[in-house]
Write a protein that binds this ligand. Structure first.
Ligand code: UT7
Length: 317
């Protein structure tokens, strides 16, 4: 038994924040942001728009694209580090609004949240515990941002992406590999929390970008080497790389290691910045809907983020 992605959806909030608008808020420049990250603009959720609202919109598009209705789904898994509230979890909020039955939970693995969520949903399906799962990555990163910190506020944005994962006799998800290492936690973190009784209205994401960059590139290179080796693949065998969209330079380094030209890499970071767990399903939806990714293509999803956490999923689309 396999689990196959049968449809995708994405949603980006309407408000766009461009690099030139950021120039008016902090000491930065369009040239710096573009050359260091590849980001041109990001989307920012409205004040009354929460992670569950973005997730629900992406989920409804994935459902409609598949020609299914809510009764056809029997599991909801959401990757997010920016939930509306501690509970009900984001998946339960969506489940109630969409009228879905079955287990519904969110998991928190920062930028790797979608790859973690997809891997967990795959386990449910392969164990015969679910037939069709709604798997979502959704974030309102703008709520964690300190808008006076130029080193982080130019990087992040909001959005949501969703896929429907279905039980199948045909190969779908064929390999996944998750990892984590808490020892670097001081390189990328927030102080905000409930258990530690700290809350922040303005957001308090902190990152030592340059150091994160180095660990990210090194870890992703080791990860893609393992994907190739464990699946008896050669460099260039993968049809599409759909990476976490944090920085174009990190994406290019991973593509090089895979022996892939940039034409076979889905890049959307320019349009929405780093949307954490939402970035992979949004990029996947973009390339599926514009016709680049076709049935039967071999696709590698990969992510690295806060924790640190990382993960890869190799799948036949
Ligand atoms: O989502 C998963 C986790 N996150 C990531 O994967 C992000 C990883 N890190 C990165 O993407 C990059 O390290 C950044 C984009 C965050 C930074 O790029 P960098 O090439 O590593 O720059 P840097 O941190 O080494 O900073 C270079 C210079 C510094 O000035 P000095 O010390 O050389 O005078 C910074 O103060 O750029 C300065 N700088 C800025 N200048 C203009 C930092 N932020 C800005 C800014 N505008 N927004």
């Amino acid at each position: 038994m396999y689990a196959r992605i049968i449809s995708t959806g994405k949603y980006l909030p309407k408000k766009i924040l461009t690099n030139s608008e950021l120039e008016k808020i902090v000491d930065t420049s369009d040239e710096w942001i573009l050359s260091r990250t590849g980001i041109e603009s990001r989307h920012i959720a409205a004040d009354d728009e929460f992670t569950s609202h973005l997730a629900e919109k992406a989920a409804n598009i994935a459902l409609k694209t598949a020609g299914l209705n809510s009764n056809d789904i029997d599991l909801v898994v959401v990757g997010t580090c920016t939930p509306d509230r501690m509970f009900p979890n984001v998946a339960c909020l969506i489940q109630e609004r969409m009228g879905i039955k079955g287990p519904a939970f969110s998991l928190e693995a920062a930028c790797s949240g979608f790859v973690y969520a997809l891997t967990v949903a795959d386990q449910f399906i392969c164990a015969g515990k679910a037939k069709r799962a709604l798997v979502i990555g959704a974030e309102t990163m703008s709520r964690l941002i300190d808008w006076t910190d130029r080193e982080t506020c130019v990087l992040f944005g909001d959005g949501a992406g969703a896929v429907i994962l279905e039980a199948s006799e045909e190969p779908g998800l064929i390999f996944s590999d998750l990892g984590a290492d808490g020892q670097h936690r001081k390189l990328l973190y927030t102080d905000t929390g409930l258990s530690n009784m700290r809350s922040s209205v303005d957001g308090d994401l902190k990152m030592k970008g340059n150091e994160v960059f180095k660990v990210a590139v090194r870890t992703l290179e080791q990860m893609v080497d393992k994907v190739l080796k464990d699946n008896q693949l050669e460099q260039g065998d993968i049809d599409w790389l759909v990476p976490h969209q944090a920085n174009l330079r990190i994406i290019s380094a991973t593509a090089k290691r895979l022996g892939l030209p940039m034409e076979r890499v889905v890049v959307t970071v320019n349009k929405h910045g780093n949307t954490s767990a939402a970035s992979i399903p949004m990029a996947l939806d973009t390339a599926v809907k514009d016709g680049r990714i076709k049935n039967g293509d071999l696709i590698l999803l990969e992510a690295f983020g806060g924790g640190f956490t990382w993960g890869s999923c190799l799948l036949k689309f």
